[in-house]
Design a protein around this ligand. Structure first.
Ligand SMILES: *Cc1c(COP(=O)(O)O)cnc(C)c1O
Length: 224
């Protein structure tokens, strides 16, 4: 199957309410061009420099999402280019995004990453930290928190994956029902990757981030 066949097959399996972020980390520009011709316009990278290099080499109508852990010192370069930052996991990072967005006279959309997996190593806020952050009134006017993002445990245990995504969905609905500051609007729930996106969709995902199921195995192993 070609990249465009894979894209089409996945899109056909997603409800219309669910967006597909094609994850292109470590993939060559040629692979992205093939997806672009499919046509696909929404791509995700997990490293700031790689995103910038690819954005430079590819058409300007591509929407670039930063999906990985983001260091504050990378925000400045990313700010003019990125359209959504999925992995915001600290107030400090959110403040830096706000500052750099202001310098670029724009509002940058962000998702708060919530730690839902059993694994210790994943980044993200605890659920009560997310609630505190939203209630805290310290979110600047140059960021807009559009929703939540999470990664389930990497396991064959489907019940566990279901229950982790369900917890994130429940938190999302809970926040949605609260009085929210102007810089927060719960509309996106980014969850689901190649191995678990069908479960994520059943649990209410509005945005899946899929790499290997579109492009095949990655040419080299990503590092953090
Ligand atoms: C790499 C990555 C993905 C995509 O993973 P696949 O298993 O290749 O679909 C999704 N989300 C994040 C945060 C990633 O780093």
């Amino acid at each position: 199957m070609s990249i465009s066949d894979n894209l089409l097959a996945i899109k056909n399996r997603l409800p219309a309410s669910c967006k597909l972020v094609a994850v292109t980390k470590t993939q060559p520009v040629e692979a992205i061009q093939e997806a672009y011709r499919a046509p696909h316009r929404l791509f995700g990278e997990n490293k700031a420099q790689e995103l910038l290099t690819k954005a430079d080499a590819l058409p300007a109508d591509i929407e670039w999402h930063m999906i990985g852990h983001l260091q504050t010192n990378k925000v400045k370069a990313l700010a003019p280019v990125v359209s959504l930052i999925h992995g915001v996991d600290s107030l400090r990072l959110l403040e830096e995004i706000n500052k750099q967005a202001a310098k670029n006279l724009r509002v940058i959309k962000c998702l708060l990453q919530v730690h839902i997996a059993a694994e210790e190593t994943k980044f993200g806020f605890a659920e009560d930290e997310v609630l505190d952050l939203i209630a805290g009134g310290r979110i600047g006017e140059h960021v807009r928190v559009e929703g939540l993002m999470g990664m389930a445990t990497f396991t064959d245990n489907k019940d566990q994956v279901h229950s982790e995504f369900k917890r994130l969905r429940t938190l999302f609905e809970k926040i949605k029902s609260l009085p929210l500051p102007p810089s927060v609007a719960m509309r996106e729930l980014s969850m689901g990757m190649s191995g678990d996106y069908e479960i994520a969709v059943e649990e209410g995902s509005t945005m899946v981030r899929i790499g290997t199921a579109i492009f095949g195995e990655r040419p080299r192993q990503e590092t953090h």
